[in-house]
Design a protein around this ligand. Structure first.
Ligand code: GRG
Length: 344
């Protein structure tokens, strides 16, 4: 149960601040605290893309397109919040970003995605085979980084995180086109496919800082912001701005995914009108897709999903009280706020 005062604080902050201006201020403060480790992180991430052509080019194409780097940032901040030196966290933070990048390269093949980070997906330029092998290359490089860092507990954690990621994706494929997945089924999938890697990034921060006693707390924070992050991703797919988001909107709908807004809307669909429209939208009928996206139950569910993401982040923040560094703890709080309110 989230203590009421903290819930108020985050909701108030979310309502008070225009999201883009606040995000810029928060991200600037995070960059200042991590001014030595962020450039090193970038070098470590981009340095992983060397290898045989054209797999190296496909990897670089994705890595050089940027991305928000939120998983490594969470790792670096958590290391600092637990009293450690963020420079020591660079290899494992880079590994978290490389694993994420590998999943994107594979995911775009599975979902036949065309755009990623405002660019054509690697599979569009080099084909599926190269995209899969680029993902494999980055995955291997990530494992090497974790192995060389030799931080007790992180390799084991990395392996079980990969297991959860893959199982989350398998569960999502098995649930494709279902209308009865429900909110609980949705959360099961997202804990695996998204929250697990945020959890790894944060647990690793506590381990790098040699605070084994804080690993569970840090992991709880990471898993919760990961859930919140995915929920916002779902909402943006149904209601975002394609130029800001950097990929085609409505993709989740077309791919038969039951995202949180859809699961919530379907729960309230007493007339069955939405459930009837959904298979047509998923079969690629544009009018049906437009009708689903504009449906009042879906619009209302997008608002509710944003509120759930905010509550999940607030719950995450409760775990942070135990962490020693107040400055880094505040910045983790700001990072959660940015992630929950983002439009891209
Ligand atoms: C272990 C290689 C490997 C694969 C596992 C394909 C797969 C199986 C899992 C896919 C998991 C997946 C793509 C989850 C979605 C996570 C998500 C919200 C992606 C968007 O992340 P952002 O917004 O992207 O951080 P940027 O571009 O900013 O980095």
């Amino acid at each position: 149960m989230i203590p009421a005062p903290q819930r108020e604080t985050l909701r108030d902050a979310a309502a008070r601040e225009p999201s883009s201006a606040a995000a810029a201020v928060h991200l600037d403060a995070i960059s200042q605290l991590l001014h030595e480790s962020l450039p090193a992180l970038e070098r470590a991430v981009l340095g992983a893309a060397h290898g045989p052509a054209p797999v190296d080019s496909a990897s670089r194409h994705l890595l050089e397109a940027g991305g928000k780097r939120v998983r490594p940032m969470a790792c670096l901040l958590m290391t600092t919040a637990c009293g450690g030196d963020p420079r020591r966290a660079v290899p494992i933070a880079a590994a978290a970003e490389l694993i994420h990048s590998a999943t994107l390269l594979h995911d775009d093949v599975i979902d036949e995605g065309e755009e990623r980070r405002c660019r054509p997906a690697a599979r569009v330029l080099w084909g599926n085979l190269v995209s899969v092998l680029s993902g494999d290359l980055l995955l291997t490089r990530a494992l090497s980084l974790v192995d060389s860092a030799a931080v007790p507990g992180t390799m084991q954690d990395m392996l079980s995180t990969l297991d959860r990621l893959v199982c989350g994706e398998i569960a999502q494929l098995a649930a494709r086109n279902r209308v009865d997945l429900g909110v609980a089924g949705y959360f099961d999938i997202v804990r695996g496919k998204t929250a697990s890697l945020f959890g790894f990034a944060c647990r690793s921060g506590a381990r790098i800082a040699k605070r084994e006693d804080l690993v569970v707390t840090a992991g709880e924070f990471g898993e919760k912001i990961g859930l919140a992050f995915q929920i916002v991703d779902d909402v943006l797919d149904l209601s975002g701005d394609a130029t800001e988001v950097g990929k085609k909107l409505g993709a989740d709908l077309a791919e038969g995914k039951t995202t949180l807004p859809l699961a919530l809307a379907l729960e309230n669909d007493r007339s069955g009108q939405l459930a009837e429209l959904l298979p047509h939208a998923r079969a690629g009928q544009r009018e049906a897709a437009r009708a689903v996206t504009a449906h009042p139950l879906v619009r209302e569910a997008c608002e509710r999903a944003r509120a759930i993401a905010l509550d999940e982040s607030t719950a995450a923040l409760c775990a942070l009280d135990a962490l020693p560094s107040a400055r880094a703890r505040d910045l983790l709080r700001d990072l959660s706020l940015v992630l929950t309110r983002r439009n891209a």
